[in-house]
Design a protein around this ligand. Sequence first.
Ligand code: HEC
Ligand SMILES: [Cu+2]
Length: 350
Amino acid sequence: MTGSASHRGARRTSMPVRMRTALVPFVTLPLAACAGRQSALDPHGIQSDQILRTLFVFLMIAAIVWLAVVIVLGIGLLRRKRAAERPLALHLPFEQATGRVVLGLGLATLVIVLGLSIVSYAGQRTVFAKDDSALTLKIIGHQWWWEVHYEGDSPDRSFVTANEIRIPTGQPVKVELESADVIHSFWVPSLTGKMDLVTGQANELQFTAKNAGVYRGQCAEFCGLQHAHMAFAVLALPPDEFGRWRDHENQSANSPADQLGKQGEQLFRARGCALCHNIRGTLAGGQLGPDLTHVGSRTTVAAGTLPMAPATLGAWIADPQHIKPGNFMPKMPVQSDELIAILHYLEQLK
Ligand code: HEC
Ligand SMILES: [Cu+2]
């Protein structure tokens, strides 16, 4: 007896818990979508701010129109009259009143559409503004990673990196977009809207980060097998910090500090890595894959697929096809002790 009673008691308390658990996604999902390092609803750039404002105006006006239609429909349904005896008879005053209502609503539609066009056009002036003093980057999309060129005032101030861009806050940044293969799309929702990367066509996008922070960008145009793993990090830094990073990034790679690192540098060439990867200041000059000159200071591995850490970098080199099946870095024949040396070398490339 007591056993079944307590059993029933337990059942009774577990029901609301289960219900609450079921409700959790509904309550938290909208919140999750509103903030974070990749959200158009949590803007940190002048352009994304403007896009959100435009969206808000459209949403409000559409909501008001929808509400008005539903209310009028409701009134119509509730105050339905019985069919007239002679439905085709003309009631002139009623017809005139109806004509005025239709004309009024027609004009209201015109005003709303024109008004929204003006709001949208005014917004575009911010979103597509061009500024000649902008910091210029050239970004080339590859299946499935990003090649990034910083264009300095002179060739010795220009360098190449990959899968991560660092930018100063408060200064317009212009990205010139191109593709090496198929169509990709550059999208950092926290900072601005999308722009396609197309072979043989130079597209341009300009944005200004208002707040320092790390934002996530991703390819927004299906571009093949590993499209979902074609992301990148945007680090918006205070201008002086950005200046220091840029000066450092402009330099050639660090020489290996110890014996294991030196061995790693040799193996990087001996095992074929150098055929595809460039490491500035060394004999490695490949152009097929991402530049690795300062790979150790990046925040992610393989275009945002994994966070940068010795374990993830090692796992990538050991078997890139396991982490990103179909990507264009083959599994290389490296022994485990060789892998340790190569990893040790790459980690020092800060
Ligand atoms: C056939 C060309 C090729 C060879 C050989 C090659 N790689 Fe790669 N590597 C690539 C490509 C392409 C990518 C980008 C893959 C992706 O993210 O889709 C890449 C990515 C990487 C990355 C990640 C870079 C980043 O920014 O996240 C590292 C590290 C790397 N390779 C190291 C090596 C090492 C070490 C070797 C030698 C054992 C090697 N690669 C051999 C083509 C190559
Ligand atoms: Cu892509």
